[in-house]
Design a protein around this ligand. Structure first.
Ligand code: MEV
Length: 332
């Protein structure tokens, strides 16, 4: 397929919150995850050469030509941030049997390395924007699969949960190898997100869990199984709108995440601050080791819980859940 010279295409993909099951999902257990109304938007256009130029509104840019990289803004260090975008774009060119140079611009409303799915949303939006530019029809499972190729660069052995929710949007139950089950919320989910401000690497945390499991398989394996049972119960609580039960299970899930070693003092401070002012439940979200936590609130208590998170040194983030998944369009 060829790119028409004047054409520009864009796509947006949402960030996510993992409600229960992060880390355990890597070992085949289900995770409950919901899309956010904060997103990443990617703009793609063709080039007269075969290189791929990637620029991000974080002040990073560079050009990939074959195996070489020339840094623009942000210095040589920016390559590892931009490389997953190149991988997602190239995977889409290969899948669609196309040869073209590309300009890719990334704009993000999500904090980086905070557990809200910014890297997956970027990959998903890149695949969808490039496919739109090429007028190639990819279905949602193709988009999630191609974005997963880029996730594999970010960390070894990703479960695929992040690209799945960024692609499909809404509330989903995800299990590796079985794909997604779409769920309906029986009640509004009043959440406050708290950012510790500590960025961390998902890959490192996934490896830390694997090392602990390798040292203590007969201790960690039962925790993994328990987490699966917990997510099944949490799903039933959400589907019947029982937020009190759901909150209690969030607290239990946090206990399991502490046990596998992915919480830390900064997260625990925000979690206890939220619980102290009567959050129904509070836990870390995403890979842990920093990044974000979430607190489930009763109607009207969001402001006081946000204040408690701020008082404990975190940045409260207000974001609603969203039904929208990836969307692509041609620019005029
Ligand atoms: C990261 O958002 C979720 C993890 O479970 C890793 C993965 O599933 O790939 C920590």
């Amino acid at each position: 397929m060829e790119v028409t010279a004047w054409l520009k295409a864009s796509a947006s993909a949402p960030g996510k919150i993992i409600l229960t099951g992060e880390h355990f999902v890597v070992y085949g257990e289900p995770a409950l995850v919901v899309a956010l109304d904060r997103k990443v938007t990617v703009k793609a256009s063709g080039r007269s050469d075969l290189s791929i130029r990637v620029a991000s509104d974080l002040g990073l840019s560079g050009i990939f030509e074959g195996t070489s990289f020339t840094a623009g803004e942000g210095g040589a260090d920016c390559e590892r941030f931009l490389e997953p975008v190149r991988i997602a774009a190239e995977a889409t060119l290969v899948k669609t049997g196309s040869r073209s140079g590309l300009n890719i611009e990334v704009q993000s409303e999500l904090p980086l390395g905070a557990g809200l799915g910014s890297s997956s949303a970027t990959s998903v939006a890149t695949v969808a924007a490039v496919a739109k530019l090429l007028d190639a029809r990819l279905d949602q499972s193709d988009i999630a699969e191609l974005a997963l190729a880029a996730e594999r660069f970010v960390h070894v052995n990703p479960s695929g949960v992040d690209p799945a929710v960024s692609t499909y949007g809404g509330l989903i139950l995800y299990k590796q190898g079985q794909g997604i089950k779409r769920l309906q919320l029986a009640a509004r989910l009043p959440l406050v997100i708290g950012n510790t401000g500590l960025t961390r690497s998902t890959g490192r945390l996934v490896s830390l869990v694997r090392e602990r499991r390798d040292r203590w398989p007969n201790v960690v394996d039962p925790l993994i199984k328990l987490a699966g049972i917990l997510t099944t119960n949490a799903t039933a609580a959400l589907e019947t709108g029982n937020l009190k039960e759901f909150g209690e299970l969030m607290d239990v899930d946090q206990g399991l995440l502490v046990a596998i070693g992915v919480s830390n003092e900064a997260l625990d401070r925000l979690i206890y601050a939220a619980r102290r002012v009567n959050a129904l439940g509070a836990k870390l979200t995403g890979a842990g080791g920093g990044g974000c936590m979430i607190a489930l609130c009763t109607e009207g208590t969001q402001p006081s819980i946000a204040e408690a998170i701020r008082g404990a040194g975190g940045e409260p983030i207000t974001a609603a859940t969203s039904e929208a998944g990836v969307q692509a369009w041609l620019e005029n």
